[in-house]
Structure formats: structure tokens, C-alpha cells
Design a protein around this ligand. Sequence first.
Ligand code: PLP
Length: 428
Amino acid sequence: MGVSRRNLLLGGLGLLLAGLVGRVGHQRLQSGPDGHNSYFNALQQALKDAGIVHRRLIIDRARMAANLQRLVERIRPQYHYRVVAKSLPSIELLDWVMRQADTRRLMLFNEPFLRQVAAELPHSDILLGKPLTAGAAHYFYQHFEATNGFDPDAQLQWLIDSPARLADYAALADSLQRPLQVSLEIDIGLHRGGVQDTGTAAEMLTRLREHPWLRFSGFMGYEAHIPKAPGGTGRNFDRAMARYNAFVQTAEAVLEQGVDELTLNTGGSTTYDLYPGADVRPNELSVGSALVQPTDFDLPTLAEHQPAAFIAAPLLKVIDGLQLPGAPGLGRLMGLWDRRYEQTFFIDGGYWKAVPESPASLTTNDLYGRSSNQEMLNGPADITLARDDFLFFRPTQSEVVLQDFGELLIYDSDTGSFPERWAPFPRR
Ligand SMILES: Cc1ncc(COP(=O)(O)O)c(C=O)c1O
């Protein structure tokens, strides 16, 4: 007890100091004094009207549509749009985005999703966003059913990151006796693997050209480091594109033909805005997360995107004040010092990759501890929410989080209803 009590006291002291230095959260208190703002009040009412009683993941369709429109208006006609499936992990969600954006291009990241997409979205043009083992590729050919029109020979590009993996896929193609389209993952500065230099790329392209079953389908060069790495966004962008161009020129030299008709993929949510108007070789951009705008994507390049995905958690208990086990008085002191600790809430679930969103003044309590079963949150005394209301959270990322709450509730804010419910991919 001694240690944990000491930890509690030290932690409490730390929180008090943080409050003293910054009066953390004071600004945020102004935005939602008594509970939810009108947007979240309406959303809460819609949940109650629809008889929702469990924690759920909500997608605001109008907001997502506005994000998508912003994206496609910005990048077209210079670039094609490829939808990143891991960040929008639901067949119906992908289908909606593909229809709205009029694109067949998808980026997928694992074999089970690949098989499901091939079966349920058979018109897709698929590029793998990471290299799968040749064993997983073999498994796909053994288990995928060719009854619905999806033709992997023409609609699927495997991703190859090294000469060794190219040899694996060459052996697979030989054993299957069927054509495999392969694109090369190139390292344009992210340093997450991929082909490092044009000499290696030239050897691989020569091998590809000579192989009876393998077909070169393009390059994938991801560059999420550009806005984050030291050196400045502009310089990092120019360097990455110089590397990309060198790989493209190598391909044109080895293959003795232009490759502009092939897949020249790059980009992501955090970088797509850098491309419009740039004189570069990539011809398509992959984007997923920016359509629902989780908090990790709150960046200047995405300033025009609105949050469109929220977790709604049923409020189980509302308790006056804050009580910390084994430290009588400390919770009260914290509440006196920082208004965010005046009241205590327990919700169904918690500890997600998400941050409290509404009421705006909510805070998690690291001192008490996080819980996936029944998490404590704190807020000022003037939050008037009651048992059976909902608290709202914003995911920090959409990948995986969207798969944790059963069917996605698609929210229509005009009618205050959920006209559709979309099944996420199973968690794997
Ligand atoms: C290869 C690749 N391209 C693009 C993306 C961009 O995805 P998002 O737009 O969801 O950030 C990712 C994300 O990890 C990726 O791995």
C-alpha cells in the first residue's frame, strides 16, 4: 500500500503542479459548460430515439462526404484516387467511398480482407499496401472463389519489397502457372523497407521482364515522413520525389518504354495536399483516414477536414466529486484546484485509442487508472449529464478502432437518424 499510496500522492502533486503551471483544460471548459453542444445533443437524442443501448462507432455521413469531396476536388484530374482499406475497414464503407469518388482503386493490407473484397467488391482494382508472404499469396489463390468475376490476373497487384521476395513470387507463379502482377515497393525516404536503390530496382526489373509469368505493374512509394522528419516539408517532398523519379527512369530504361500508364502510387492522408500542381511522376494518391479525420490527423495539411467518426459510450454512473482509493482528500483537493476534477463519470468500456470529445471539458484520469471495462472520466460540476446519457470520444486513428464496436452506425444529421448500419471487417 505504501508504494501505491506514495504514487497516488506524487501523481496528485504532479496534477496539481500541471494545473498550477497551465491551468490545463481551462480554455476547453468554455466550449461545453453544461454537457454536449448542439451537435452532440442531437446525436445523443438520435441514439436514444434509435434505441441504441451499447457503445457504438458512429460515422457522420455528411461530414465524411464533405471530406471526400474536398479530397477529390483537390487531387483531380492530375491524380487517380486509391482508397486505403485499412483506415476505412468495412465493405459497405469502401463501396460507398468508391461510388462517391467514382474510383475502383483500393489499397489492401492483408489476405483475409483481400479475399473478402475480391468476393464482395469484384470490380475493384487492388494494390497491396505492404508485401505479403508468398505463403499468404498462395493461400489466397487456393481459397479465393473465382465465381463473381474478380480476375486477379488483371485486377490485383502484389507488392514486392526485395529481390528475395521477388524470387518467392517467381516460384509461386511457376507453381501456379498463372500470371502475377507485381508492383515494387520503393523506399523514397520513409525507410520502412522496400527497394533502396536504382541498381537493385534495375536487377529486379530485368528479372521481371524475363520471367514468363510475372508482370511489372508499377511502383508504390509511401512517404508519411515528409511532414514529420527534420528538414522541412518542402525539402523532404522534393527529395522524396527526386528518388521516385529516379526509380521511374530506371524502369523506363530497363523496360525500354514509358511507364506512365502503370500504377505510380504514393501519398497518404497527411501528404496528399502537397501534390496538386506539382511536377512529379506519381499518378495516383492513396488516402483513407482523412475521410473520417481521427485526432492523429489534426495537421495543417488537413485543416479543412472535419471529424466524422465518434465513439458513443453509455454513461453508467455519475458521482459528485472525485474519490481516489487510499488517498482521502486528494480527489477533493484536485477538484478544488482544477474544475475538471469536480465530478466523476463511469462509462461502459473505455481505454480506447480515442480521446474524450464531448462534453468538451471531460478528462480521463491516469491517476485513478484506465479501464477497458468501466473507465473513469472527470469533468466540472456543471456538466448535467445523467445515467443512461452518452459520452462521446474521437478515435486517434480509424484503423482497427472502427472494427471494435460492431456495426458502424451511419448518422444522418439532417434527420437525426441512422439510415444505414455497415459491418466492419472482422478483427484479425
Ligand atoms: C502504403 C500506404 N499508403 C498510404 C497510406 C495512407 O493511409 P491513410 O490515408 O489512412 O493515412 C498508408 C497508411 O499507413 C500506407 O501504409
